[in-house]
Design a protein around this ligand. Structure first.
Ligand code: AHM
Ligand code: MG
Length: 338
């Protein structure tokens, strides 16, 4: 396609068009989820722009310091939290919000209340912020059971009750991956248009992968099934090639690669942290939802991850997720050890 024709591509599937198309599949839908998703997309664009300007604007590591205008500068994670809380509340469609950055759940004031509960990690991968490595936002959406008086119980639901989930990765490009329960689609931000364009329609994770992804520095404290899985990955007994190790330390980036290339991402429990590190509501559930929607699996070491029932909003859980066959292998090792 020549350049002139390229410039005319106003028929592209933008995320707004995609979400509206999805809505039109449900004649009874009132457009509330569409409005909510649009606000999440706006938050992602805002954070994407802040992340890419961070070095320039000296946003990094300067919480509490002032800029030349005398305004207080915020660290990126604090700023991202404010951006999403603002975007979600002002959508007029949310009720209960849970952010990794805030200890208690937020109950939206009556005048701005809606039917949806959103759980999110506004900027995940904090250890990678200051060195320019990919970081991201993770979110999951629940709908209130009944009435509009939301309580914390409305978000202490298993992952199977989630309506939609996604993440936005701020990397070499800004990529938003979304599932509303009918497959997984990936959109890339075209900075010249300010629009997310559907670039990865109907993502399906390869059935088996060649990569394992884990913080191997914790190996000393692992349980037997995790140790055995990684040993098999490195020294396969069936004549297969050893797997490659890739670990970024940003869940969004590690899961994104796993989704596209296949393989397994693990953050197991260990002797020091039996529940692992990752949070159930806004890390484990959304990523497990996406994996299942893409044809993969997510397992906690005991059960299907989406069947966990959190008892506290910041609960943690071990997690093994990725290609169907690779997760089957770790499940078999846990079954053997039981
Ligand atoms: P954070 O929410 O403080 O950023 O921690 C979550 C991150 C994940 O993105 C990543 O998978 C994990 O922590 C890496 O942890 P570790 O440094 O222990 O390997
Ligand atoms: Mg996090």
């Amino acid at each position: 396609m020549d350049h002139a024709a390229d410039a005319m591509r106003t028929d592209l599937m933008t995320i707004t068009r995609y979400v509206l198309n999805e809505q039109s599949r449900f004649p009874e839908a009132r457009g509330d989820l569409t409005i909510l998703l649009n606000n999440i997309v706006l938050g992602c664009k805002f954070v994407c722009s802040s992340v890419s300007k961070a070095g320039l604007a000296k946003l990094i590591g300067l919480a509490g310091e002032t800029n030349v205008q005398g305004e207080e500068q915020k660290k990126l994670d604090v700023l991202s939290n404010d951006v999403f809380v603002n975007a979600l509340v002002s959508s007029g469609r949310t009720n209960v919000l849970v952010s990794e950055e805030i200890e208690d759940a937020i109950f939206v004031e009556k005048a701005k209340r809606g039917r949806y509960c959103v759980v999110f990690d506004p900027l995940d991968g904090s250890s990678n912020i200051d060195c320019g490595v990919s970081i991201g936002t993770i979110f999951g959406i629940y709908m209130l059971k009944d009435g509009i008086e939301g309580t914390v119980e409305d978000v202490l639901q298993p992952g199977t009750a989630m309506l939609a989930a996604g993440y936005c990765m701020y990397g070499s490009s800004c990529t938003l991956v979304l599932s509303t329960g009918a497959g997984v689609n990936g959109f890339t931000l075209d900075p010249s248009l300010g629009e997310f364009i559907l670039t990865h329609p109907d993502i399906k994770i390869p059935k088996k992968g060649k990569i394992y992804s884990v913080n191997e520095g914790n190996a000393m404290n692992w349980d037997a099934p995790t140790t055995k899985y990684v040993q098999n990955a490195k020294f396969p007994k069936d004549g297969a090639s050893p797997k490659s190790l890739r670990y970024i330390g940003s869940m969004v980036a590690d899961v994104h690669r796993t989704l596209l290339y296949g393989g397994i991402f693990m953050y197991p429990g260990d002797k020091k942290s039996p529940k692992g590190k990752l949070r159930v509501l806004y890390e484990v559930f959304p990523m497990s939802f996406l994996m299942e929607q893409a044809g993969g699996q997510a397992f906690t070491g005991k059960e299907r991850a989406l069947e966990l029932v959190p008892t506290h909003i910041h609960d943690r859980s071990p997690i093994f997720l990725g290609s169907y066959d690779d997760v089957e292998e770790i499940k078999a090792l846990y079954a053997e050890a039981a």
